[in-house]
Structure formats: C-alpha cells, structure tokens
Design a binder for this molecule. Structure first.
Ligand code: NDP
Ligand code: GDR
Length: 337
C-alpha cells in the first residue's frame, strides 16, 4: 500500500509541484481547496481525476485554514501518513494591506492544523512551510541558528507558525518539521511576485502587447531557486528518522535589478528602455538581503539545488514567451510545463 498525504495550498505553486512529486512516488494525494467564486485549480487541472474515477489517487476537498472543525473532520476521514501545510496568504506586500487576515490564515492556520492533528488522534508527520522572511533584517548568510527579525505581518505570522510547530514537536512528541525555504520560483509562480511579474512582462513586451513594466525596489537581494527542486526537499524532511528544521536555499545572491537584466537580455531586450519606478510597490519596511546557508539540508537530506538564478530567469522567460505565443494563436494554454 502506498502512503497517503494531505496538502494544504495544493492549488498554489508549490502545492501543484508537490502533488505531482508524491503521485510519481505512488502516494494517494488529498488536497485542500478553499471555496472561491471563480476556478482556482488551474495549476492542478492536468492531474485532476473525476470523482467517478475508481480508486482515485488525487482527491480535492473543500475546506479552509480558518475553519478548525473542518480540518479535524478532514484528518479523521483521510488519516494521512504525511501532512504538508503550504496554505497561506503568501504575498508580503499584501500582508501590510490585510494584516489580520494574514495573521489568521498564515499564522493561526498552522496552529489550527497542528491542533486538529492532536484532536483527531491521527498518527501523522507534518511539514510547515516556514520562510526566509522570518529572518527579515538579520544580515546574511542565514541558517538554522540565525535569529528572526520579521519585517512584515506575513513574516511575523510565519514566526508564530514556526514556533508553534516546534512547540507541538516538543510538547506532544509530534513529528513536526519546519522547512525554512528561501525564495523559489517557476513558470507557475503567482503573477504578482517580482520574478514572474518580470518574466511575464518580458514576454508581453517582446510580443508588442505592452511597453513598460512598473517595479518598486530594485536593490533588494534575494536567493532565488527553482520550485520543483524545493518540494523535493520538503518530502525528504518527512522521510528522516528524527524531526528537525532545515534551511533550503541556493546560497547564490542576486538583486532584483540583476534578475531584470538577465530576463530582458535573454529575450534580446534592453531593460532600461522598458522598466519604470512606481513607489506603490515599495513596502513600509523592506527585507534588504536574504542569502541562505543550506549546509544542514545538504548534509542530512542529501539535497542540493541544480538550477541557479540565471538559468531560472531563462526557464521562466521561455515559458512566458510560449504562453503568450499560445494565447496569440488562440490555443488552449496548458499548465503542465
Ligand atoms: P502560493 O501563494 O502560490 O499558494 C498559496 C496556497 O495557499 C494556495 O493554494 C492558496 O489557495 C492557499 N490558501 C490561501 N488562503 C487559504 C486559506 N484560507 N485556507 C486554505 N488555503 C489557503 O504560495 P507558494 O506555493 O509559493 O508557497 C507555498 C507555501 O510556502 C506558502 O505557505 C508560502 O508562504 C511558503 N513559502 C513560499 C516561498 C516561495 O518562495 N514560494 C518561500 C518560503 C515559504 P488559492 O489558490 O485559492 O489562492
Ligand atoms: P518576497 O517576494 O517578498 O521575497 O516573498 P516578492 O517577489 O514579492 O518580492 C521580492 C523583492 O522584490 C521587490 N520588488 C517587488 N516585489 C513585487 N512583488 N512587485 C514589484 O513590483 C516589486 N518591485 C520590487 C520586493 O520589494 C522584494 O524585495 C516571497 C513570497 O513567496 C513569500 O511567501 C516567501 O515566504 C518569500 O518569498 C521567501
């Protein structure tokens, strides 16, 4: 019998790659989907299985991280071997506009899930999607010993979820781990995060669909990796003998400006002719530099990234150019790339 996993945030970038990875390993994957007035399952439509399919290995359930009772019921029904808590209001800039909502879903949501595991009595392992945003203004390089100093409601909510996860491990002997992941991107990245905003604009400018791209702070330094490789690290964390916390990063730094330059030049464009500044995209308090030291993940999980920032920009630009070409040709845009 294969294992069973529950993924919150299955409709997001990471959730969709993780679902594919677990299905390829023979898991039955259950995904939590929140109710929305328009379809929000685009990233998993290519692996969707009709409810009439016999012995489905991919099953979606309506629930929400703000509804603790629904979480208990879901856990009792599914009895998963592994739980991956990827659901969150994950946009840092938006967390300044919706701080309480972000605290509720991104922070308390993790506690609700941990408490639901305890209340349901299900024997399972849980992965919490912690973030390099927890380090905030603490200078790089950052590893598992680096003190947290979050700079946004999102970062503060993730710190709460991090310590709650550690506490459930210590208090209830739960196999609960934090993956402290640095920025990771892909063609499935949400369109308002800076990398995808840039690569999508490059494709549209090249096709003559727009002239300018408006951005905020170009000096921020980030450590950008490739999302499919990062979900593999999540899975490895839950296969270990002992639960502990890990930083996952490439260790390679680049500014937003450098990501802009690589992306535009890959498409044969001069970024200085197209990029404009808009203060609207600045944050009330910024995280200046995040560069991770993933030695522990390398040593204990055997995990190592292969795609670094320059190649990442190329993968994303190429995918967005293909998507614009498909759109212009009137073809159905596929997500299974
Ligand atoms: P996305 O924003 O792409 O996906 C977030 C997911 O959470 C979506 O499936 C979303 O559903 C779901 N969600 C939002 N609100 C709720 C709610 N109230 N109840 C249940 N589900 C909800 O994020 P990523 O895939 O990029 O990231 C996955 C996780 O990892 C997040 O927790 C993020 O904070 C964290 N993280 C991400 C990093 C990155 O660089 N990508 C780095 C470090 C941590 P819907 O599709 O309906 O919006
Ligand atoms: P981040 O990602 O805040 O690091 O959080 P984002 O791509 O939003 O910003 C990265 C940096 O780019 C600067 N920036 C802009 N950002 C956006 N979104 N839009 C702009 O126009 C723009 N111009 C400049 C930002 O100021 C920032 O410095 C991501 C999310 O996935 C989190 O959920 C995750 O926890 C962290 O990465 C690690």
């Amino acid at each position: 019998m294969g294992k069973t996993a529950l993924i919150t945030g299955v409709t997001g970038q990471d959730g969709s790659y993780l679902a594919e990875l677990l299905l390829s390993k023979g898991y039955t994957v259950h995904g939590l989907v929140r109710r929305s007035s328009s379809f929000n399952t685009e990233r998993v439509d290519h692996i969707y299985q009709d409810p009439q399919t016999a012995n489905r290995s991919f099953v979606l359930h309506h629930a929400d991280l703000s509804d603790g009772v629904a979480l208990v019921n879901l856990l009792r029904d599914i009895r998963p071997d592994e739980v991956y808590n990827l659901g969150a209001q994950s946009h840092v800039r938006v967390s300044f506009d919706a701080p309480l909502y972000t605290g509720d879903v991104t922070g308390l949501g993790a506690l609700r899930l941990l408490e639901a595991i305890r209340a349901s009595g299900v024997d399972t392992r849980i992965y919490q999607a912690s973030s390099s945003e927890m380090f905030g203004s603490t200078p790089p390089p950052q590893n598992e010993q680096t003190p947290f100093h979050p700079r946004s409601p999102y970062g503060a909510a993730k710190v709460f979820a991090y310590w709650t996860t550690v506490n459930y491990r210590e208090a209830y002997d739960m196999f609960a781990v934090n993956g402290i992941l640095f920025n990771h991107e892909s063609p499935r990245r949400g369109e308002t995060f800076v990398t995808r905003k840039i690569t999508r604009a490059v494709a549209r400018i090249k096709a003559g669909l727009q002239d300018h791209l408006y951005l905020g702070n170009l000096d921020a330094v980030r450590d950008w990796g490739y999302a499919p490789e990062y979900v593999d690290a999540m899975w490895r964390m839950l296969q270990q003998d002992e639960p502990t916390d890990y930083v996952v990063a490439t260790g390679v730094a680049a500014t937003v400006r450098e990501f802009v330059e690589s992306s535009f030049s890959h498409a044969g464009l001069d970024w200085t002719e197209h990029v404009r500044y808009d203060a609207k995209y600045e944050r009330p308090s910024e995280v200046d530099a995040l560069i991770g030291d993933a030695s522990k993940a390398h040593d204990l999980l055997g995990w190592k990234p292969s795609v670094l920032v320059a190649e990442l920009a190329q993968i994303m630009v190429d995918a967005d150019i293909r998507q614009v070409e498909d759109q212009l040709a009137g073809a159905t845009v596929r997500i299974d790339r």
